[in-house]
Design a protein around this ligand. Sequence first.
Ligand code: KG4
Ligand code: ZN
Length: 334
Amino acid sequence: MALGLAVETSCDETAVALFDTKKGLVKDLVASQVSLHAPFGGVVPELSAREHVKNLTPLLEELFRDTPYGFEDLDFVAVTVTPGLLLSLVVGVAAAKAVAHYLNLPLVPVHHLEGHVYSVFLNRPVEHPFLALVVSGGHTELYLVEEFGRYRLLGSTLDDAVGEAFDKVARLLGGSYPGGPFVDSLARKGRPTVNFPLPKVKGEFNFSFSGLKTAVLHFLRKNPDYPKEDVAASFQKTVAEILISKTVRAVERFGVKRLAVVGGVAANSELRRRFSELQREGVEVLLPEPRYAGDNAAMIGLVGAMRYERGKFAPLDLNAWPNYPLEKFGREWT
Ligand code: KG4
Ligand code: ZN
């Protein structure tokens, strides 16, 4: 067995985890910055980085508390190096490098989306191949994961990410940031009575959400007294239909009947319900536990462990990158 420390600071959550290559996740912690950014209606990059600087060391101390382990028991350090807010990523990368350098441990780089993609395997053995639909605040992408490190991008959003659409529609409905959980709970009290049009999108597996957001805006302008719960439920139903139609097409095209739906938006109750229905059609649908749908370091620990076992380490002059396509990262770091 080998014990890894995982660090994730790509956006507005400071997260750390201890991950054992044999026994799996030992412990993980997330310090959320939601209340800090809420008054600004979105993540403020500089504030986020400063908050990581403030939170990371106490979080690391707390991580080892009530575990039989200390820093001296670590075998490797895994860290999110891309994609994300550069200033925020740099804080985590610098901390991980300091620990790795001081303890003379291998440093293992992880792509944030790889973390999300494998988050469904935190409580079960990893099985390839599978399709992975990544739905988060910054990404809406469909991948065919042939094996570890072999990621084939099938399609992505041509405009807004789905989480972004949730955040914008929440604002239109009078909610605060982050909008996903607000729309989700509002929709639970409503019925999908409005038929929003499905977008026509170039590319078989590409997505688009900005037209839907505009349709909601126009509808609310024309019908200011319409029950907001019903608008939320209708928006959510349309999002589910867009995502499911493209994904089902990929299942059929590639004959891969295992599907992971991951990322912050995978916490959405309607999406979880609708995707779970695909099981009846013989598709094995894997969803992360809601607490591991959003950003966390447990998923970074899991991917770090897989890369560590393959002996793929980074030199100590490793840097952070705001963007790095997952396909390319997989090829170069596996
Ligand atoms: O993966 P994540 O935590 O961070 C990124 O890497 O982007 O995703 C955050 C996104 C936000 O847009 C948030 O509104 C959305 O996930 N989200 C949800 C729900 N919970 C979080 N969207 C819909 N329904 C939810 N229950
Ligand atoms: Zn994320």
